[in-house]
Write a protein that binds this ligand. Sequence first.
Ligand code: SF4
Length: 249
Amino acid sequence: MSRSLLVSEVFSAIQGEGANVGRRQVFLRLAGCNIRCDYCDQPEALELAPGPCRVERTAGRRDWEQRSSPLAVDEVAEAVTRLWGQLPHHAVSLTGGEPLMQAGRLTQLLPLLADLPVCLETNGTLPAGLAQVIEWVDEVSMDLKLPSVDGERVRPSIQRRFLELAATRPTTVKIVVGAGTDDRQLEQATTMVAEVAPRSTVYLQPVTPFGAVTAGPTPEQVLGWQELCLARHGDVRVVPQTHKLIGQL
Ligand code: SF4
C-alpha cells in the first residue's frame, strides 16, 4: 500500500456548508474525483494525478507553500496537525474531489490523525471506499446527487448502500438543487433518507452558479422543494454555500 496521498490543498477555513456551517476547520482537500458534476467549483482537484499542491503555513493567513503531490502520509499528517495546533478548530474536513478515491491510502494517514475529529465530505458514490475508512471517521456529510442537477447518473442503489454504512456514524445529507431539479428524483432521494437514516438532517443547497451552471433556482422553487421533502422527512433545511457569500475559500 502506497504511503503517499494525491493532495490538492491543506488549509484552515470556515466551513461554509451543511451542519457545521460557520465552524473553523482544517481542510484536507485530496485530488481526484470519480464523477463530473456540471456545477463543480473544484475543477483543479478533479484529476487523480501527480501535480502541484499547496499547503498553508499559518492557519487562515493564506501564506501558501507550493509543494508537489503526491505527499508522503507523514508530510500530510504534519501539515494538518501544524494548522490544527495554531488555533481552536472544530474538526478536520476530509474533502476533495472525492476523498474515497484514495481510501486505501487513507488507511495509512487516518491512524496518524486518530486524536483529531474527522468529518468526511463525500459524493456518496463509493461505498467500498467508505467501508475501508469508516472506523476513523467521526461524522459524514454525504452528497445525494440528482441526475437532473449534476448531469451524472449515480445509481440510487449505490447511494442507498453508501448511506446505510454512513449512518453508522452521525451523518447529514446534502442535496444540491438547481433550476432543473426533477421533483420525482428529489422525492425519491428524500424518501430513501427517511427510510435508511431517519435521524439525519437533509440540507437542500441551492446551486451556486459556476462552470456550466449559469443560474440558480428561484425562491419559489426552493420553497416548493423544501415543502415536498418535509412531507417525507422531518428535518429538511435550506442552507446555501455561505463561504461563497462572504468571499472565503
Ligand atoms: S463530486 Fe464534488 S468534486 Fe466531484 S465533480 Fe461533483 S462537485 Fe466536483
